[in-house]
Design a protein around this ligand. Structure first.
Ligand code: SF4
Length: 494
């Protein structure tokens, strides 16, 4: 068991995140209120105080009662202009500087004890590229690079990746303003549940009735915000889920008709057709008819034995059939997702998958690293046949190299909790095939109006450097009963 005592209790969770970078299995870290309490197992004590010479930041690491490492420093706090900052002032900057100092110390003691660096160093957030851009804007690219490597201890390779992504994104973000908005519509249904799935999506086979109640409420929510939407310039509309193409043709058409009818402007229009076993010629024609330009048909892997293990009810040849069909119907912009770190796979399997999908020259390839969330079936089953962190890291390197040799550039990135090897998910695109919605949502550069159960709307207040959120309830029944309230939340926010 891992126990933690800290004199900065408001950062308890932040400290736990640093600990879990090295010990991902420590889901429940015990909070100690007494610095003298020395539990069996591992104890980390963190002290933060001020004496006549200034601030002190100290960490002590104990294993079975034996002190095995100590780190102490005298931190100084300054802003971008190197002006001293009073961290007792209660300002946002004061709090941020104090938190960073504490996290860096904990990262360093964990690194010393466990004798390894993490690929993203002490960074635990899901948007490292957003951080890189903000640093570049404030301090210049060179300084941002230096801060990533020296201060956050991000590896040179990951720092370069973040830098490349920010460069690729530049033309898409340069004209963005407060009048721009993206729209998300969630269809939380699939035709079965993948074992790694942690989304709220329901299996349609058993939830036809709830689907019949859900769609009219979704349409109500869209109608209720029509006036708000009319005040903005819509950059991108994204219908995701779940798998929207899990819907029967008639329902799919209703959704597209409703969504398309609300917006007169031209915008990027994407629909997830993620599960190849939901893709039919009829549905593809409906998507085309309503102006959808981009779709996603996801392979995940082209090894049938792995597909079975992860609960995808399709084969590699079904993926090939769906992709070929989408091309025949005329879709030029097709994304395919793959997942690295799947059970019983090695680098050779990843190579096979990449070569197989290259036959279709997808416009985008999104490379995910498996993350086992607690709400997924995998978390229950406690998979013990997963490749180790080192192998997953090799897979990631291999995939990034492979795709760059084929002319793909990384253009958005995000990280999740519980990812194999603390790595990342990266979207690659052939030049000109980048998905604006993905950039906007990951970089939080445009406000987002989001509809459907579990969808989270965000409004950006650029001048105040602030983002405010209006989340919809996740539970489908709750959403159906409380749609008016969800719509009102958005109206208030916008
Ligand atoms: S296709 Fe996606 S949303 Fe549907 S069950 Fe699989 S992981 Fe979950």
């Amino acid at each position: 068991m891992f126990s933690l005592y800290t004199e900065t209790p408001s950062f308890f969770n932040d400290i736990c995140e640093e600990i879990r970078l090295f010990l991902p299995e420590e889901k429940h870290i015990l909070k100690l209120d007494d610095k003298n309490q020395m539990n069996a197992g591992t104890v980390l004590r963190h002290f933060f105080w001020r004496d006549e010479t200034g601030w002190r930041n100290r960490a002590e690491y104990y294993d079975a009662g034996k002190k095995i490492a100590v780190l102490e420093e005298r931190p100084e706090f300054a802003d971008d202009k190197k002006e001293p900052v009073d961290i007792t002032a209660g300002t946002l900057l004061a709090k941020k500087l104090k938190k960073h100092t504490v996290k860096q110390l904990i990262y360093r003691i964990m690194r010393d004890v466990h004798q390894k660096e993490m690929p993203w160093g002490s960074l635990t957030g899901i948007r490292p590229t957003k951080l890189f851009r903000e640093l570049s804007n404030r301090r210049g690219k060179g300084e941002a690079h230096k801060i990533f490597v020296d201060h956050y201890r991000v590896s040179e390779a990951k720092t370069q990746l973040a830098e490349t992504i920010c460069r690729v994104q530049e033309p898409f973000l340069k004209d963005v303003g407060g009048e721009d908005i993206d729209i998300y519509i969630g269809i939380p249904f699939c035709i079965s549940r993948c074992k790694y799935c942690s989304f709220i999506s329901r299996d349609l086979t058993f939830n036809e009735t709830i689907k019949d109640q859900y769609l009219p409420r979704l349409f109500y929510e869209l109608d209720a915000l029509k006036e708000v939407m009319d005040q903005y310039r819509i950059r991108a509309l994204y219908i995701g889920g779940g798998t929207p193409t899990a819907l029967e043709p008639h329902d799919l058409e209703q959704v597209l008709k409703k969504a398309g009818g609300l917006f007169s402007q031209h915008m990027e229009f994407t629909v997830e057709a993620g599960r190849p076993d939901t893709v039919t010629e009829e549905k593809l024609h409906i998507l085309k008819e309503y102006g959808v330009e981009r779709i996603s048909i996801n392979a995940q892997t082209t090894n049938d034995s792995t597909l079975k293990l992860i609960g995808r009810r399709h084969t590699a040849s079904e993926f090939e059939r769906a992709f070929a069909l989408a091309k025949k119907v005329g879709f030029q912009s097709i994304n395919t997702d793959i997942i690295l770190g799947l059970p019983r796979e090695d680098v050779g399997d990843v190579e096979k998958t990449l070569k197989d999908i290259m036959v279709f020259s997808p416009g985008n390839v999104t490379v995910h690293t498996l993350a086992i969330k607690q709400s997924s079936a995998f978390a229950e089953e406690r998979q013990n046949d997963l490749p180790g962190a080192e192998t997953v890291s090799e897979m990631v390197e291999f995939a990034q190299e492979f795709l760059s040799q084929k002319g793909y550039l990384p253009y958005y990135l995000y990280r999740q909790k519980y990812m194999s090897g603390n790595l990342e998910n990266v979207g690659f695109a052939l030049p000109g095939q980048e998905c604006i919605y993905n950039i906007d949502i990951m970089e939080e550069t445009v406000s987002n109006l989001a509809f459907g159960a579990g969808a989270i709307s965000k409004r950006l207040f650029t001048e105040k450097n602030l983002i405010e959120r209006a989340p919809n309830v996740k539970d489908l029944k709750n959403y159906i009963d409380r749609t008016e309230e969800m719509a009102d939340r958005k109206k208030k926010l916008f």
